[in-house]
Design a protein. Structure first.
Length: 440
């Protein structure tokens, strides 16, 4: 058995036994009471999922296997001492639960490089779509078309025992992650660079190769891509893309089906599409104010105008966090270190000064602080990726690391199909306000 796969099996098998023991011995224990408000507002805060890869704390932010983003930047292997951690290292950590050595990361990079061949029919599917198709539409279709390559699907049809479902799932996960940079770059070059495609360089790391195939070979942008892929990789299990992958995978759908479904969720304006909204809104503001160096007062007035129109200020607020998103902070520190005198980045920093006090005065807003989307687009734009309709694809490539590590763990735990109970609205109303006679 290949080294990383064997390490995962060793670690996860112990956790799988504990999962089965808890289910057998303690299924009748009550964990939490549920309010009607939680049910009617998207099940926020209800503990219903098992996700081992990361945990989001409202006050501390995201932790991957217990490590904060700043700790990951310190501990995960990197190519250069002053560079950013490699996404391969984070995937290893989420899958196995240990900080990897540089040798571990090198082995993983090499493994993905050997798996990175994309079947021709995947490119044919992309090429068959109109060029005005959204990049995320092409990305999701390409992933779905790779289901023909599913090792799990073939193993299941051959009658493999369910205790080995994890094995073929692992192979599908590794193959899919390895191929995603080429697929994403192919879509980018097709849509925005006259179909002048660039072949992969197997000597590069996973994120660096994505930048290369998109046409960006400076060390600066490779450094940014490594940071971007790490901080967008996972956000516990309750967000739409992670939950969707888990839900679809719980039906024993193959990895390609589950991940494609997750990407259609990521494409929504309330999820991964938000990074596009931020840049679009900033350019709307620049046009309305007729300057790309607005004063704080001009920005304040435009923010209030946006709110008065019944719109939100994109990039601000979060369903769980109650502080500045540490992923925002990591990007701001990156910009402070490497970027000087960029008007869009400067506006993002101005917004950080201006927006929270405005939103704090709005009674319904629980979190006036920026999230990851508030910064990411400005950095990509600075380095020449100005086609912001593509930004969510980059988010999707990164998110594969977390949701697919989780899906592999789901399979080794033997998690059942997810099937919560639902009731008509009247059923809930009769339990909290039985005197109401209104039919609904």
């Amino acid at each position: 058995m290949e080294y990383i796969k064997y390490r995962f099996f060793q670690k996860a098998s112990k956790c799988s036994k504990e999962y089965q023991r808890l289910k057998a011995e303690h299924s009748d224990k009550v964990i939490a009471n549920v309010t009607l408000g939680q049910i009617l507002t998207g099940m926020k805060g209800i503990p219903l999922l098992v996700t081992d890869t990361s945990k989001l704390d409202p006050e501390e932010g995201i932790r991957f296997k217990g490590y904060s983003i700043s700790e990951l930047q310190e501990k995960l292997p990197r190519i250069n001492p002053d560079g950013e951690p490699l996404p391969e290292g984070l995937f290893y950590l989420m899958l196995i639960g240990e900080i990897p050595s540089r040798e571990d990361v090198n082995n993983l990079s090499k493994d993905w490089a050997t798996r990175a061949h994309v079947p021709q029919h995947v490119f044919d599917v992309i090429d068959a779509m109109p060029k005005n198709s959204k990049p995320m539409t092409q990305f999701s279709a390409a992933i779905l078309s790779m289901a023909t390559e599913s090792i799990f699907q073939k193993a299941y049809r051959a009658g493999v025992s369910k205790k080995y479902f994890w094995d073929s799932t692992y192979e599908d996960v590794m193959n899919l992650i390895a191929r995603l940079p080429h697929i994403a770059a192919y879509i980018y070059r097709r849509n925005f660079h006259n179909e002048e495609h660039i072949e992969p360089n197997p000597r590069l790391d996973w994120a660096g190769n994505l930048a290369h195939m998109m046409g960006f070979d400076s060390e600066d942008i490779r450094r940014l891509f490594r940071l971007y892929m790490v901080i967008h990789a996972d956000h516990e299990g309750g967000n739409v893309s992670a939950h969707t992958a888990h839900l679809v995978g719980s039906a024993l759908s193959n990895v390609y089906y589950a991940y494609a479904a997750a990407m259609t969720g990521l494409a929504g304006p309330l999820h991964g599409f938000a990074n596009q909204d931020v840049i679009h809104w900033i350019f709307e503001m620049i046009e309305a104010l007729d300057t790309n160096t607005p004063s704080d007062k001009q920005i304040e007035d435009y923010c209030k105008f946006t709110l008065q129109e019944g719109r939100v200020i994109p990039g601000y607020g979060h369903a769980v966090l109650r502080k500045t998103d540490p992923r925002f902070t990591a990007q701001q520190e990156f910009a402070n270190k490497y970027i000087k005198d960029d008007p869009i980045v400067d506006i993002v920093n101005q917004l950080y000064r201006v927006v929270p006090p405005i939103l704090s005065e709005v009674g319904k807003i629980q979190n006036p602080w920026p999230n990851v989307d508030a910064y990411s687009g400005s950095l990509l734009y600075h380095y020449g990726i100005k086609e912001y309709s593509f930004y969510t694809v980059l988010f999707g490539v990164s998110r594969a690391l977390g949701v697919l590590a989780s899906l592999t763990i789901d399979r080794i735990y033997g998690m059942p199909i997810e099937r919560p109970t639902s009731h008509p609205l009247k059923w809930y109303r009769d339990r909290v306000d039985p005197s109401t006679k209104e039919n609904c």
